[in-house]
Design a protein around this ligand. Structure first.
Ligand SMILES: [Zn+2]
Length: 220
């Protein structure tokens, strides 16, 4: 159907242009008017497109920057603590950007002897207690206004009485350092991550934030 319509279009164009071909002058004029029109349209479209994309990009960048800045300020103001008892901030290593297999790590690993208490980095409710192949025994804790999730993995066990819905205060015990999941048995550690939750507040969905700059010593 479309092929026939196009064919008809070309034929009509041919009929229309045929008389013009009799006059070189007319043809040149018609062609240059058409070229000029196309050129103008193209230029306008290109300008509009460029303006639009510049505006969109700068707007997107600005809001991304604002968001990142606001998130950072909020996390600084919360004064999260290193979530493993007795581990100092100075001994932490930033491994957030390291590759782990096919993915980025997007968390930090806090090494400690098996059984060392793991504590809440900040206030908030336990959203999910979950056992996964990679994370082993894990806790997902939402922060006080469900903006972030704090994720604690490879636990050896949970603190007695910990339940989904339990309201935690910063420093409250949640479990013990271990190597459940895909951690090496001879290298127990807490895998700790922070996610910014999406609008649907699903415990398994969020964008990772590097916890490293935001962890403080307990005494502070
Ligand atoms: Zn890890």
């Amino acid at each position: 159907m479309r092929g026939i319509a196009m064919l008809a279009g070309f034929t009509m164009l041919g009929v229309f242009l045929a008389p013009a071909a009799q006059s070189a002058q007319n043809q040149a004029t018609a062609a240059s008017v058409a070229d000029a029109a196309v050129a103008t349209w193209t230029r306008d479209a290109a300008t509009a497109e460029a303006a639009r994309s510049t505006k969109d990009t700068s707007k997107a960048k600005a809001s991304e920057g604002d968001d990142a800045e606001a998130t950072a300020q909020l996390l600084v103001s919360r004064r999260l603590i290193v979530p493993v008892l007795g581990v100092r901030r100075a001994s932490l290593r930033d491994s957030f950007a390291e590759r782990r297999g096919v993915k980025a790590h997007e968390a930090i690993d806090i090494a400690a002897p098996r059984g060392t208490p793991v504590v809440a980095a900040h206030d908030g409710r336990v959203a999910k207690l979950y056992r996964s192949l990679a994370g082993g025994l894990t806790v997902y804790q939402f922060d006080i206004d469900a903006r972030f999730a704090y994720y604690y993995a490879h636990l050896d066990g949970y603190t007695d009485g910990l339940r989904e819905g339990t309201m935690l205060k910063r420093g409250d015990p949640i479990g013990y350092v271990g190597s459940t999941g895909n951690a090496r048995p001879d290298a127990p550690h807490l895998h700790f991550a922070i996610f910014r939750l999406g609008p649907d507040k699903k415990w398994w969905k969020g964008s990772p934030i590097n916890p490293f700059p935001f962890l403080n010593d307990t005494a502070q």
